[in-house]
Write a protein that binds this ligand. Sequence first.
Ligand code: GLC
Ligand code: CA
Length: 537
Amino acid sequence: MSGAVWWKSGTIYQIYPRSFQDSNGDGIGDLQGIRRRLPYLDWLGVDAIWLSPIFPSPMADFGYDVADYCGVDPIFGSMADFDALIGDARASGLKLILDFVPNHTSDQHAWFRESRSSRENAKRDWYIWRDPAPDGGPPNNWISNFGGPAWTFDEATGQYYHHAFLKDQPDLNWRNPEVRAAMYDTLRFWLDKGVDGFRVDVIWHLIKDANFRDNPPNPAYEEGQPDIARLLQVHSCDQPEVHDVVAEMRSVLEEYEDRVLIGEIYLPIERLMAYYGEDLRGAHLPFNFQLLQAAWDARHIDGLVREYEAALPDGGWPNWVLGNHDRQRIAGRVGPDQARVAAMLLLTLRGTPTLYYGDEIGLPDVPIAEHEVQDPWEKNEPGLGFGRDPMRTPMQWEPGETFGFTTGKPWLPVDRREPSRTVETMREDPHSILSLYRRLIDMRRSHEALSQGDYEAVEAEGGLIAYRRVLGGERFLVVLNLEAEPHIFDPAPADRGGRILLSCRAERQGEEVGKTLELEGHEGLIVALPAHRHIRP
Ligand code: GLC
Ligand code: CA
């Protein structure tokens, strides 16, 4: 089998714990629920699960406001439940990745309570406190990512504290070595429990400009964009010193074996690459979100894959993400037919793929009525389409009122428009998107060229994208049609004579590829090319 480390060869599956499986009828998913569904994940073939935050939290931002880094919120269960989950995961060979939220705590965290208690408190400097501007207003013009000022005035002590997100999420002061030490200890707490790594929340935010300079206005701002887009985030995040912090986190993980550090980073490609760190001492996987926002156009996506591949530092391992709990779902964005092509793209590109729960059954965004809104961002900036509830709705396990998610009332509504869009129904259907995902994951597992092989761009035109994956003598050609119209691909002589291994649309296995390759609308193909006489270096 492959010599590659698990986070290079494997597939990661993101679980949003509130919405995966409820076990006690309160309408909110929990750890026992996840545990019950491990056999499903095993069947699907993923290698690792990443859980969005499970720590004690007032849930102002649904767990991204942590009140205790070393506990489990009672909504999700107990520490014993966690231990049972990690035990079962290990027994079925699944790695477990936790969400680490270092940029901010909850305002209910003991550290912040102390910090705000007086200017003299020993933890005052653990957060970012500044005097008011001369006019009494906020210290600078920074805006919260959820709209409004990024500063809240504290009456009792007469200063403002900084929060890049909600006022309930005060930012920690990562320039303070005590904060760093305390936070690294929380990492060790979970690493000691056997956790296989962390996805680090907004890692590029950790260090802010030492002088708290105003952010410049964004000349491209347009009405209808979120408040945060009014300014260019030049001084409030992505500061050079952040890379020291990332390298320190990496060193903490390296006190243990085979753990992975994944960074959540929304930045343009060249700045993203810096998070691999000097001499690759940074994040193992700075999340690559190119596909989340990309216009679904073949030339555009082909271009961004090439650009990303070319920008990677030597030895830096790529990764691809198609969905997460903050962004519109892929099936909603590109439609059910292209969602299958997207699956083939995600699982045949070079680099670790991350799947978002529900995407494997083609779950679309679920419309949320105004009175059912939960997401604080939607509440702060309503009606503009920024809300994240639609992509956080319950997993659909089996036909029924709540799709087997809960015996109670689900915390977010389920979508009743497609009653048979469920795991149970789709796993019986060899042509379902779920079966497609499973076959793709299986193929990636059984052909090292697909997981480890080189990526070679292949020229294609119009609605088509083509590339090769190559390892030793094993070669695959992938051709994807991103449009509804059929297209013909003309393989170069070296790419002829292969046989179709999988179509995401029709049963075409075994079909030989000659001078032309016809693709139906919305079709993607993996072709096994004849072995190349190849001399290994
Ligand atoms: C990240 C999370 C998002 C959260 C924010 C603040 O972007 O993915 O869900 O609201 O950070 O923690
Ligand atoms: Ca529950």
